[in-house]
Structure formats: C-alpha cells, structure tokens
Write a protein that binds this ligand. Structure first.
Ligand code: FMN
Length: 332
C-alpha cells in the first residue's frame, strides 16, 4: 500500500466546497483574493472527460489559485488513475474523489454518493489514483445513503479507503437519499449530524477530517475547529463571499480589507480575461453576493446582473456598481 501524502494542517482549516457551475476558475480566483489561506476545490469533472475531453477548458486554472484541488467523478480505477495523473500534471495540488453527489445522472453512471455502497471499489480507485500521482488523494463523502444510519457502515467505508492509503476525508455530515429527493433537497432535507465527523476524528485521530454541510457563519465555522481539522463552506461562501475574508482574517491574522478594496484587487485579472474575449457576465455572476446585506447591496447586484451581458461590458460597469455601495458607510 502506498500512503497518500498528508495536507499541511494549516491548509485544511478553511476550504471552499466543490460546486458544479459555480466554482470555476473565475470564481476561485475571486475567492483566493478574499481568503489567501483557503483551500479551493474545482467543480466535479468526470474522469472520462479529463482523459478524453477538452482539457484546456475543463482543467483551466490560474496560477494564483493555489492551493487548489481537482474533484473527480467516476468509478473505474484505471480511468480515475489516468485522470488523477493528468490533474496533477496540470498543476492541481490535490485530487479529490466525489462520493457524495446524489443526482440521477450520477447514479446512472454509478458514481458519486452511490459509491458509499461500494467501499472496495472506492478503495481500489483511491489506490490506483495514489499510485498514479504524487499529490494528496482525498475523498469527499456523506455519512451514508438512504436510511442507513449504522455507524459501523460509515466507519467501515472510511477504514476500507484508509487501507488503500487515503488519510484525508471531507465529510458532508448528512446522508444522501438516492430516491425521491433532488440534489438541492439532498443538501437540505437529510438532517445534519456533525457528531459523526467529530467521532471519526476522535476514533481515528491519525486521519485529517474536514466537516462540511450547512455552515452558515463565522461562529459556526469556528466551533467545528474544536473537533476536526477544517471547515468546508459551500453555499455560504458563494452567496456571501465576504464571510471567507472574515474567516481568513480571524483564523490566520492580517488586516480586514473592505469589500471595495478586495473587489478592486480583482480588476487586473478581469482585464486580462476581457482582453482574451471572456464575457464580463461569466465573471461578475460570482460577485453578486459581495455586498449582501450591506447598503447598496441590492443595487450592486442589479447593476451587474442587468449590465454584464451587454456587448462591450467592461470594468467600468463594476465601478459603476461599486459607487452605489459607497454612498453610505458599511459595517466591516
Ligand atoms: C450548486 C452546487 C453544486 C455542487 N456541486 C458539487 C460537486 O460538483 N461536487 C461535490 O462534491 N459537491 C457538490 N456540491 C455540494 C457541496 O460541495 C457541499 O457539499 C454542499 O453544498 C453542502 O455544503 P454547504 O451547506 O456549505 O453548501 C454542490 C453544491 C451546490 C450548491
């Protein structure tokens, strides 16, 4: 058995979840500016697409994103190994295997959350991935599927994968219900049970455990760190990205910057992308929540939503939106 390398502990504390259609490279560069110490995750990419598809599009990454993980979907060890090797060659700092997605499409392909019922297949996949690349190979999973609430099944799943050399687990701390719930409902309806993630860390202290699911604010995120190495934020990070900055400063130190300062630091990247022919709307869609709950926040959102798709839209639109937020003082 080859052991996958561990991730430096300080890189585990704060991470932004893999989110399809959301955590593309533009989004990750923005999140990196807000949270210099966060670990970022790509959208899930199927191993088959990595091996056979348009890599320049699927694996595009900016050098400023590091540390950044590529999340793979799939269930064929040899294919996953090839995809892991390619991901590492493209510069990703970690390869993460998705064992938590419950969508019908994913179930039809027998990967994602249904892999929780096939621990040996996951172990074989992970072993092949570890052998194929030198960056950490990690797993993101749920607590179980459907009405399986047996701790022994969950810990047995983890132990089987640990036996293949993996030592880092992101635990989305609820079950996936494979029948009758949409992916969106599967992020809300099955109850959260953080205590299982904590117990995993207590009973397997040698593992690196990151907890995910429903973390809404800085207090909640901080409370998890008493029990596990890290907190992974998904929707809260995307919809209220300033939270990432607040957490980064709180946990790692540094000066709290204003939303406007952080946004203006994004300008050089945006200009380069516009010069390459990227439409502003593909970038600004990730910024809409930056002033959520702040004076002018709604106007900021509206100006960007309505203007970014127009031909020729450029950074002046962002400045115009910013002015609307600068009329009144903000809370930090
Ligand atoms: C739009 C969207 C897309 C997602 N795509 C993925 C994905 O590609 N891979 C994955 O493992 N989880 C995916 N998730 C689940 C998140 O990674 C995370 O586990 C879940 O949202 C719970 O965390 P949160 O409550 O902090 O959002 C997605 C979630 C959302 C909202």
């Amino acid at each position: 058995m080859i052991a996958s390398p561990a991730i430096p502990t300080e890189q585990l504390r704060l991470s932004v979840a893999p989110m399809m259609d959301w955590t593309d490279s533009h989004c990750r560069v923005f999140h990196r500016l807000l949270a210099p110490h966060a670990r970022l995750y790509s959208e899930m990419v199927h191993a088959n697409a990595v091996v056979l598809g348009d890599r320049a599009r699927l694996l595009a990454m900016d050098p400023g994103e590091h540390p950044v993980a590529l999340q793979l979907g799939g269930s064929e060890p040899a294919l996953l190994a090839q995809a892991a090797r390619i991901g590492a060659e493209w510069g990703y700092d970690e390869i993460n295997l998705n064992c938590g997605c419950p969508s019908d499409r994913v179930q039809a392909g027998r990967f994602g959350a249904c892999l929780m019922r096939e621990p040996q297949r996951v172990a074989d996949s992970v072993a092949a991935m570890i052998a194929a690349c030198s960056v950490p190979v990690t797993v993101k999973c749920r607590l179980g599927v459907d009405d399986d609430h047996e701790w022994q099944h969950f810990v047995g799943f983890i132990d089987t994968i640990v036996g293949a050399g993996c030592q880092t687990f992101v635990v989305h701390a609820r079950n996936a219900w494979l029948k009758g719930l949409s992916p969106k409902e599967n992020r809300e309806v099955p109850p959260l049970r953080y205590d299982w993630a904590y117990r995993l860390k207590r009973e397997r202290p040698q593992l690196q455990v990151i907890v995910n699911g429903g973390i809404a604010d800085a207090e909640e995120a901080s409370a998890h760190l008493a029990h596990v190495e890290g907190a992974m934020l998904g929707r809260a990070a995307y919809h209220t990205p300033y939270l990432l900055h607040a957490l980064d400063v709180r946990w790692f130190g540094g000066e709290l910057q204003s939303r406007a300062e952080l946004l203006r630091a994004y300008r050089p990247y945006v200009e380069v992308q516009l010069a390459r022919g990227v439409s502003l709307k593909h970038i600004t869609r990730h910024l809409l929540g930056l002033f959520a709950g702040q004076p002018g926040g709604r106007a900021f959102r509206q100006v960007l939503s309505e203007g970014a798709h127009k031909p020729g839209a450029d950074w002046t639109l962002v400045e115009h939106a910013l002015v609307l937020t600068e009329r009144e003082p903000h809370s930090p």
